[in-house]
Write a protein that binds this ligand. Structure first.
Ligand code: PBG
Length: 332
């Protein structure tokens, strides 16, 4: 990159001097088209329950989903992502509740698809909300077994597709699962169901509040470093993306978000595939609690989301989706 110009003939402040010129020269914009809203679902009836580690985020019983879904619809959010808070007595070591067609996710998809049109539904494929040990896969000889886990994940993905899920999002980090899931979707008539691969998912401390939200935190006794990526690495991330594209991924996710903008940018530049960023629970709660405690102001939300757009993200999964959509809709 060759930078030209010289002070005093060049003064970069000239294009910052007024609000209108700043609007004219702004290079990136965030719109409601970029937002994916995560929703936590719980059992029972008539429940809207706050989550201690995530102020402003709630778990909804299926019958109450219309509350948050109608807000999503009103603010024209393109897609929601569903996550279950599975009751303890339904968890076991193989996460078999993932394959129950009356589990929270299946019931939520059916409910949403019946009542709401024109809004996409995305579901995680992974076993951690369903396993008694909190891992994303099954444990055989003390290891998370890749191939045995995939056998279950394929069934989980097919079940979600059958219920009406639009975007299947494997977030488990097993090797080879994208290809096997894609093939089995095709074989079963789900050629038009998309696969959004969590291709680059780091073993991260920033997932803490989420594990609390889905109730896997207390169960998880060890880390996820044998399947999620080492945060010291980037080359490995591009290998993950390359393989997943070959296996049939339509879109790829980078997760967490803000600490990994370099990865987003490089994927965008080199693979030309839609890249989604996940501003995860820890990122959300740090900003939210910072605002609550008046350490930073609300503008920090937009600043954090704009970073993803600069890096080249097509869309962002964010717990701020509704807050920011309200603002964007009002400013138009
Ligand atoms: C599990 C999953 C996790 C998140 C989404 N799906 C956590 C984990 O891997 O432990 C984290 C999302 C967040 O922190 O907001 N497969």
């Amino acid at each position: 990159m060759k930078i030209v110009g010289k002070f005093p003939s060049t003064r970069l402040r000239r294009v910052r001097n007024t609000a209108w010129i700043r609007r004219l020269v702004s290079e990136n914009n965030l719109s409601i088209n970029d937002l994916i809203l995560p929703i936590f679902v719980r059992d029972g009836k008539n429940k809207v329950e706050s989550i201690k580690s995530m102020p402003g985020v709630y778990r909804y019983s299926v019958d109450k989903l219309n509350l948050i879904m109608s807000k999503a619809k009103k603010h024209k959010i393109p897609m929601v992502a569903l996550f279950p808070y599975t009751p303890k007595n339904k968890k076991n070591k193989n996460g078999s509740e993932a394959l129950n067609e009356n589990n929270l996710i299946c019931r939520s998809i059916r409910f949403i698809k019946k009542k709401f049109t024109g809004i996409g539904v995305m579901c995680d494929v992974a076993l951690d909300p369903y396993t008694s040990h909190g891992h994303d896969g099954v444990i055989i000889n003390k290891k998370i077994d890749n191939d045995e886990t995939i056998k279950i994940l394929v069934k989980q993905a097919l079940l979600q597709a059958k219920m009406g899920c639009d975007v299947i999002a494997p977030s488990d980090m097993m090797d080879g699962r994208i290809g096997i899931i894609r093939k089995s979707l095709d074989k079963n008539g789900f050629q038009n169901v998309s696969v959004l691969s969590y291709a680059v998912k780091y073993a991260s401390s920033f997932y803490g509040p989420f594990r609390d939200a889905v109730g896997s935190k207390a169960n998880l006794k060890s880390d996820k470093k044998t399947y999620q990526m080492n945060f010291k690495n980037s080359n490995e991330a591009y290998r993950e993306v390359g393989l997943d594209i070959k296996e049939g991924a339509d879109m790829v996710m980078v997760k967490p978000g803000l600490p990994y903008l370099d990865i987003i940018k490089n994927i965008k530049d080199n693979f030309k595939i839609p890249v989604f960023a996940y501003q995860v629970s820890g990122e959300y709660s740090l900003i939210k609690i910072g605002i609550k405690n008046k350490l930073i102001n609300e503008e920090s939300i937009l600043e954090s989301l704009m970073a993803f757009k600069r890096a080249g993200a097509s869309a962002i999964v964010t717990y701020f989706a509704l807050d920011i959509a309200k603002k964007l809709n009002n400013s138009n």
